[in-house]
Write a protein that binds this ligand. Structure first.
Ligand code: ATP
Length: 313
């Protein structure tokens, strides 16, 4: 167990709450920590409270309950100590659209202590060649990259990325992932929110899934998916009814010839199925066996929570 003032815990949230005017509570007592050099992803359905949480971590608002520490400080009350050491990429940058990319970055660098050269920040995000273009002429994806370049200007120890790849094409997304990995390898701690489960699966060392202001599950991507069943799918040939499957594989969902087996013992279930098929001379069409993905875990959680709410449990 890490102690309260463990210097390796760069972000620590304990029982964190946030209420908006009118009393609506968007963040309802969440606890998590992020170690130095980790990439941590906050996932969740729309309105789950991710942005509300990230804004508390960035010191943009004060929590209505609980505590938050970033680099050992309260980011709201001790903003002057924290701000120069963090980089923030908001969901909406909102720059003056008449300025060029380089002018925007220079303006931002003027407000950033120890800013790296503007050209270097633009090169990091692949915008070097667009330095003289006006912001209003950038595509949505390029604006997102400019947002990221500005967040990187101060060579931050902790980087907050709110949906960093929304609006990027597949190549832009991969480039951003590569950059985040390079930053992490250089010791930067990264907290990101995303709607792309593939992004979290590929980038995050650990993640938390939020729903209605609470963390429903957290851990490494492997831990979060471990409790979910693997799936085996195939089609039986005409004339072979599902009832001919071995008893242990009958708990399958069957839609005529299409069979789906969910199992926590993928290797043994698959072995048994293949032996049966071999011995019975049955050819399994479209055979597909896979472990649970983060997407399946996420959808399961969203469905379970919705169901729990519906039945008032
Ligand atoms: N300024 C505000 N005043 C009142 N309610 C707000 C305010 N900002 C956000 N909310 C509400 O708080 C809840 C959480 O919003 P938040 O933006 O944190 O969610 P999110 O997980 O980031 O969602 P998304 O994935 O859609 O960006 C939502 O119900 C939202 O309507």
């Amino acid at each position: 167990m890490k102690s309260d003032d463990d210097p390796e815990q760069v972000i620590e949230a304990r029982g964190l709450r946030r209420s908006y005017t009118g009393g609506f509570e968007a963040v309802s007592g969440i606890t998590f920590s992020v170690a130095r050099g980790e990439v941590f992803a906050l996932l969740g359905t729309n309105g789950a409270g991710k942005t509300s949480t990230v804004e508390l971590l960035e010191g943009l608002a004060a929590p209505s309950g609980g505590t938050v520490r970033v680099l050992g400080h309260d980011p709201y009350r001790e903003r002057a100590a924290v701000r120069p050491r963090i980089g923030v990429m908001l969901q909406e940058g909102g720059f003056p659209s008449e300025l060029t990319v380089a002018e925007t970055a220079r303006m931002w660098a003027g407000c950033t202590s120890g800013a790296r050269p503007v050209g270097q920040a633009l090169d990091l995000v692949g915008l070097g060649a667009r330095a003289r273009v006006r912001v209003k002429q950038l595509s949505g994806g390029e604006r997102r990259r400019l947002d990221l370049a500005l967040a990187l200007l101060g060579t931050p120890e902790v980087l907050f990325l709110d949906e960093p790849t929304t609006g990027l094409d597949a190549e832009g997304r991969r480039d951003t992932w590569e950059l985040v990995r390079r930053l992490r390898d250089g010791g930067t701690t990264v907290l990101l929110t995303t709607h792309y489960l593939e992004e979290a699966e590929s980038l995050a060392d650990r993640l938390a899934i939020m729903h209605q202001g609470r963390i429903v599950t957290s851990g490494t991507p492997a831990e979060v998916t471990a409790s979910r069943p693997s799936r085996i799918r195939f089609r039986l040939p005409d004339g072979v009814p599902a009832a001919r499957l071995p008893l242990s594989l009958r708990a399958a969902e069957s839609d005529g010839r299409r069979i789906e087996i969910r199992t926590h013992e993928l290797q043994s279930a698959l072995g048994e199925l293949l032996c049966w098929a071999e011995e019975s001379g049955v050819r399994l069409e479209g055979l597909d066996a896979r472990s649970a993905s983060l997407e399946e875990a996420f959808l399961d959680i969203a469905d379970t929570t919705a169901l729990t709410e519906t039945v008032g449990m």
